[in-house]
Structure formats: structure tokens, C-alpha cells
Design a protein around this ligand. Sequence first.
Ligand SMILES: Cc1cc2nc3c(=O)[nH]c(=O)nc-3n(C[C@H](O)[C@H](O)[C@H](O)COP(=O)(O)OP(=O)(O)OC[C@H]3O[C@@H](n4cnc5c(N)ncnc54)[C@H](O)[C@@H]3O)c2cc1C
Length: 406
Amino acid sequence: MTIRVAVVGSGPAGSSAAETLARAGIETYLFERKLDNAKPCGGAIPLCMVSEFDLPLSIIDRRVRKMKMISPSNREVDIYLEKEEEYIGMCRREVLDGYLRNRAAKSGAHLINATVHKLDIPKNSTEPYTIYYADHSEGGAQGIAKTIKVDVIIGADGANSRVAKEMEAGDYNYAIAFQERIRLPADKMSYYNDLAEMYVGNDVSTDFYAWIFPKYDHVAVGTGTMHVNKASIKQLQAGIRARAVEKLAGGEIIKVEAHPIPEHPRPRRVVGRIALVGDAAGYVTKSSGEGIYFAAKSGRMCAETIVEVSNGGTRIPTEDQLKIYLKRWDQKYGLTYKVLDLLQTIFYRSDATREAFVEMCADRDVQRLTFDSYLYKTVVPANPITQLKITAKTIGSLLRGHALAP
Ligand SMILES: Cc1cc2nc3c(=O)[nH]c(=O)nc-3n(C[C@H](O)[C@H](O)[C@H](O)COP(=O)(O)OP(=O)(O)OC[C@H]3O[C@@H](n4cnc5c(N)ncnc54)[C@H](O)[C@@H]3O)c2cc1C
């Protein structure tokens, strides 16, 4: 007999968790309300995700090797990758998620097309949880009401997590991201062949950046802002469209989408035998708004911890044992989150600091450091002289733009 684990949500977080559990022989139920879900997302993934998650290259629509940073005054800085084999992967989420979900099912996870809407949480620490769900495989959109009993639950159900609500995980501050998928005429699309663009400025995002990312047969054009400013999101989207008006000329909008992005982890990520991963836990980085890799990684790390502390699924883990996953997570990525938070606070403050930010990006040392940390997810410190150079240049850029003025 093995423990039963339910994974709610089959985005990158849930499918990675379910695959790891099922491969270890644990009885795993993977719930997904929408099997053709196309998560609103820029779909940019770091190179290391391809090898770490053994992704086939057919998942990658485009290999981006150049990034254009565009300042509030439209100063353009080209950032490019030096090594031939390096790239940022651009994918459509429906393709990536479908692949990871099917692989989890092939590994032995029971995939259930259903919406989870309620949990019964037992007082006793060894009694099972009851999950209430609407099964769409039989009952269509409405679904047939069903229940299942499990020993452990992983909440991988994204930013609006139902599991987080049921376990009283507490709220987090969040941003709203808005995106249009635009099909461009062939000549315009060829400009974005292996190029992505990031625009900064109050006109395109008061809190982050706006982007144009190339996909299979279209570009994803989007922006984000803190939810307190969400009334301005359409105006900000108009801002990025205006800045790139010539590049997007003749384009046809094929999809409009929006979704919340968590800004920091929830107050409680493990309660009893329920653990949150991915966006449900709040693992998107500041500055870059990156969450796909961290979702998949946290799902896998949480599942590996469950396999380990349950002795391969033969005994029910305790809350303290599940919290080992949190310790490992915070130890591995805590610094990354802090650094990116700091960068956002310094550089996205005003148009002057954004100008300084873009100016700084022209430096090859800065480019190398940024790309290495993004592509490989290892913060490899530069040698002390390069570090000093970067610090001096940062301060210089900020001073030149009068960005350090109060
Ligand atoms: C516009 C936008 C652009 C972005 N661009 C990027 C980018 O370029 N690169 C990047 O790394 N990150 C990006 N992100 C962040 C990234 O999309 C998320 O961090 C990532 O999707 C988190 O994965 P997840 O598996 O935790 O959650 P999700 O991908 O949200 O998956 C949750 C899954 O759970 C299912 N679900 C939800 N509730 C239930 C329920 N009650 N019952 C059953 N199933 C349920 C959903 O259908 C969904 O399939 C972007 C986000 C937005 C909004």
C-alpha cells in the first residue's frame, strides 16, 4: 500500500510534481479543469529548463538569441548571447503544458479532468482529506459531483488557487498582466525571428516592463502592473502598441488574455499535509516576472521531498516533514528572489532610473552576468574586479540620469 497524493492543477508545477510522484510508485491523482488550457503567458523559458526537464526541442517555437531593451526615451540597447548553443526558449503554454501533463500521465499519474472546489480537512493528523470535485470527463462543463480521499495534497492551481483558500494559506500582493497575441505579416515577423523586445517607461508599465516575444506564428505583446493600478492596464497596453506601432503594422490580434501574477510567497505554504507550489505558493520573481521554471522546479522539489519523507510512499508524512521542502526551496532560491526584488525597487522607480537601467544593460559584463543567472539559474559571482566595475557603472548610470535624486 502507498500513500495517495492529489495534485490540483496541471500547469508546469502540478505536472512536474505528479510525474515525480508517479515515477516513485506513489498513487497520484492529477486534477485539471481544462485539458486544453492556454495559460496567458509570455512563454519564455531559460535554457537550463530544457535539459533539466528533458524537454523535446519541438516544444520550443523560437530560440531567442537577441534581446532589445528600449528605454523611456526610446534609446535601444542590444543584448546578445555569445555562445552559438545558447538561447531563451519561447513556447506556447498550451503546447508545453500539454506535453508535461501527458508525460505525467504516462508515468502513471491518474489524470482527472475535473475542477476541485472544496476540501474537507480532518482534525486528526493521519485521517485522509476529502476532495470534492466536478468531473468534466462525464458531466461536460457543469461536471458530475464526485469525491476522493487522499493523504497528501499539492496545490498547483495557480494564482487564484482554490487549495490555498481552503487551507487558509493567506493572501499575497499581486500584479495583473495583459497580453495580445498578434499575427504579423511575414516581413514584420521575420524581424522578430530570434529577437525579443523589452520596453520600459511610465507609458508602458508603471511597475514593470512591457514585452514583445516571438512565438510560433505570432508575437505576444503584453504588459503588467500592480493590481492597485489595474484600471490603467488597457492604457499601458495602448502605450506598448504605440511605441512599436511600425513593427506591428498590419498585424491581426488573434487572442487577448489577462491573468494575475503573484508578487511574493503566501504567508503559509504548507499547512498540515497540504503544500503549495508554483504560482499558488507565489514563486514568480520580481523584475523579470519569471514563473514557469520556478513552478516546475518547486513542483518537482516538493514531490521529491514527499517521496523521501514518506519512505517511498509507505508512511504518511507530517507537516514538519513537508516543511523540509520549504527550507530547501528558500535556501536554494531565497537570494535570487531578494536580488530581483531589490533591482525592481531601484530601477523601475521612475523614468530616470529606467533610463539608467537601459544604459547599464549596454555593458557586456552586465549582460553576461544577467544572462548567465537567467539561463542557468546559478548566481555565479563575477570576479571582484568585474563586480567593482559593474557597481561603479551602476552608480554612474544612476547619477548621470539624476536618478538618485529623492
Ligand atoms: C501575461 C503573463 C505573461 C507571463 N510570461 C512569463 C514568461 O514569459 N516566462 C515565465 O517564466 N513566466 C511568465 N509568466 C508567469 C507564468 O505564467 C506562471 O508563473 C506559471 O504559469 C506558473 O505555473 P503553475 O503551474 O504554478 O500555474 P498555472 O500555469 O497557472 O497552472 C495552474 C493550472 O491549474 C488549473 N486549475 C486551476 N484551478 C483549478 C481547480 N480548482 N481544479 C482543477 N484545476 C485547476 C488551471 O487550469 C491550470 O492549468 C507570465 C504570466 C502572465 C500572466
